[in-house]
Unconditional design. Structure first.
Lengths: 283, 329
């Protein structure tokens, strides 16, 4: 009996902890979702309540038809697709080289890999000014291609490391067998390694989607025309046009801009957490 | 070689830094057939796309920012002079010193918050899992929201939450416990406090995932042995869990410092750096110098300082990892 009651106390303590954590981390987002579902006259009811009395999708309809948010979302989707594609195209061959090819010296290879990783730790704000000058002199300010290229450069180091880690788990006897059968390296990569690495490539793409969706500094600096803004920059622009009478619109825009990343995360959660943890700890 | 392999399997090290893996290649040369296969192609063509991109869009700009940091450049297309006094001017300017103070408060508060909360939540989830209580995965996902939401959206979420009018939800909660006319973002001290809290909310997820992953690798036998020795829950946490995590804690600390110093997107919609310059952290300072005042030289100098600081941290990070690798091999 004693053990059982002790167990109950533990379970109660843990669930209390869970409740506190869910409240702290879930409430802010829930509150914004609740604001987005309110008609105008419910924005100022006192006392405020989490559940709207007459929930409505009017704000979403307004935001999607009367503002540029829809366009920003589409721009972001295009940026994400271009970035994931481009980052995979640069990362797959380099991951292959780091995983399978012999370098003149191991030290050189290590320094190159560390150098690639170090790029990830450089804030975009540091290179923002030179990039701005550089692109301005090339007439590329406001070019979506230029921005996508910077995105790709920013994301491929991570992709290279993650895919290299994945390729390392595939026995090299597999692709060597293909090579002995007469495949070129490219064929061995394409016909043998890539199909096996599909789970790794998928996980990597998903993480790239979520992180690219939130990219902000680069487009903020390099784009100055509304029409080409991704959602992160666009919603900031939208926020500046909002007054207290339309916080429900701002909330709806916030929900819309978070939704794609949230959906990807919720559907692919296992994948993402697994990959992040595998990346965090190798054991 | 076999010895090295097995040690690689038993110890756990972060892969973000797994350059060490390649150490296994330092053993005796690969068999002759292997060498024959490998000698055929060099790695360079495979690496070319990545390295060309990084050279163009990272290394060249880095050199440029250092070069510009020694100038008094203003705006585009205007002539400028090289001068060594740019750093002296920056470090003696009140705005810069003020910014350093703001950034130090923001960063230390955020990092402490990330580590403490991340550790607590990871331990909570771990304990729940070990006791086979359902719900741990759900808690983890809710916390992950901070990682999934774009920074700008997080800024907007907190700005809405911290509405100071009577419609504001936090204002209401505080009035219920007797605090009236609460001030959040309109006064300097409070704005910095709430910007820090919002940043803690954002970054705890990443810290928690790293620490949780680290906890999962602690052998269960250690806890069993501790239980046999009569260690209670807290003792197990302090004498088994924490020491086993020390390596990943240092890594978390460094990555956290770097990402916190880079904070920009969340602050902009939340406070815009204000009121006044009360929440103007380093990234915002650089942006305002360059694109607000068009002082390219000054902005570049500040960027170079941030870069140098980041570089020192990064070196420390790699040194630390390499040392650990050497100890473990």
């Amino acid at each position: 009996v004693n053990i059982r009651s002790k167990r109950t106390v533990w379970a109660a303590a843990i669930y209390l902890g869970y409740a506190v954590v869910i409240l702290l981390f879930g409430f802010p987002a829930l509150w914004v979702a609740s604001l987005s579902l309110r008609p105008l006259d419910e924005l100022f009811v006192f006392p405020p309540s989490l559940l709207p009395r007459h929930p409505t999708l009017d704000s979403f309809q307004w935001v999607l038809t009367q503002s540029q948010i829809g366009r920003y979302l589409l721009n972001s989707a295009i940026f994400v697709a271009a970035t994931v594609g481009g980052a995979l195209l640069t990362a797959i061959p380099s991951a292959y080289a780091f995983s399978r090819l012999r370098f003149p010296s191991v030290r050189l290879k290590e320094s190159l890999m560390v150098g690639v990783l170090a790029v990830q730790l450089i804030s975009p704000i540091v290179i923002g000014l030179p990039l701005y000058r550089y692109f301005a002199s090339l007439g590329l300010i406001n070019s979506r291609w230029a921005v996508a290229l910077v995105y790709i450069a920013a994301q491929s180091p991570f992709a290279t490391w993650m895919l290299k880690g994945f390729l390392d788990t595939i026995p090299s006897t597999l692709d060597e067998a293909a090579r002995i059968d007469g495949c070129s390296r490219l064929q061995a990569l394409r016909l043998v390694l890539l199909p096996i690495s599909l789970p790794g490539i998928t996980a990597c793409s998903i993480i790239l989607c979520v992180t690219t969706w939130g990219q902000f500094i680069i487009p903020f600096i390099l784009l100055n025309h509304n029409d080409s803004f991704p959602i992160s920059v666009g919603i900031l622009d939208f926020q500046s046009t909002i007054d207290s009478l339309s916080t429900n619109h701002l909330a709806a825009a916030a929900v819309l801009s978070a939704l794609p990343a949230m959906v990807i995360f919720i559907v692919m959660q296992r994948f993402i957490l697994g990959a992040m943890m595998a990346g965090a700890v190798k054991g | 070689m076999p010895g090295k392999k097995s040690s690689r399997n038993t110890d756990r090290k972060p892969m973000v830094l797994a350059a060490e893996q390649d150490r296994s290649e330092r053993g005796p040369r690969a068999p002759a057939r292997d060498r024959h296969l490998v000698r055929e192609d060099m790695p360079w063509p495979w690496l070319a796309p990545l390295f060309v991109l990084l050279a163009m869009l990272y290394f060249y700009p880095l050199i440029e920012v250092v070069r510009l940091s020694f100038t008094d450049a203003m705006a585009l297309d205007t002539p400028y002079h090289y001068s060594l006094s740019s750093y002296k001017n920056l470090f003696s300017s009140n705005d810069f010193l003020h910014m350093l103070r703001i950034t130090a408060i923001f960063a230390s508060g955020s990092i402490a918050g990330h580590i403490v909360l991340g550790l607590l939540i990871a331990e909570l989830v771990r304990t729940g899992e070990r006791r086979k209580l359902p719900g741990a995965a759900f808690v983890r996902s809710v916390v992950m929201m901070g990682w999934v939401l774009p920074g700008v959206v997080i800024g907007i979420v907190w700005q809405l939450l911290l509405d100071e009018s009577s419609a504001g939800i936090l204002t209401y909660f505080l009035s219920r416990i007797g605090v009236h006319d609460a001030v959040f973002l309109s006064a300097s001290g409070q704005a910095l406090l709430w910007a820090t809290i919002a940043n803690i909310w954002r970054g705890t997820a990443f810290t928690m995932v790293l620490l949780y992953a680290g906890m999962k690798t602690i052998p269960i036998e250690l806890y069993e042995a501790a239980t046999v020795d009569g260690a209670n829950y807290l003792q197990q946490f302090f004498f088994v869990t924490l020491p086993s995590l020390h390596r990943i804690l240092v890594i978390t600390l460094i990555l956290n410092t770097i990402s916190t110093l880079n904070t920009f997107d969340m602050i902009l919609p939340l406070t815009g750096g204000g009121p006044g310059r009360a929440t103007e952290v380093v990234a915002l300072f650089i942006y305002n110098a360059v694109f607000g005042e068009y002082s390219f030289g000054r902005g570049a100098t500040a960027a170079a300082v941030l870069l140098a600081f980041g570089l020192v941290l990064t070196l420390f990070y790699f040194r630390f990892l390499m040392r650990n690798v050497e100890e473990s091999t």
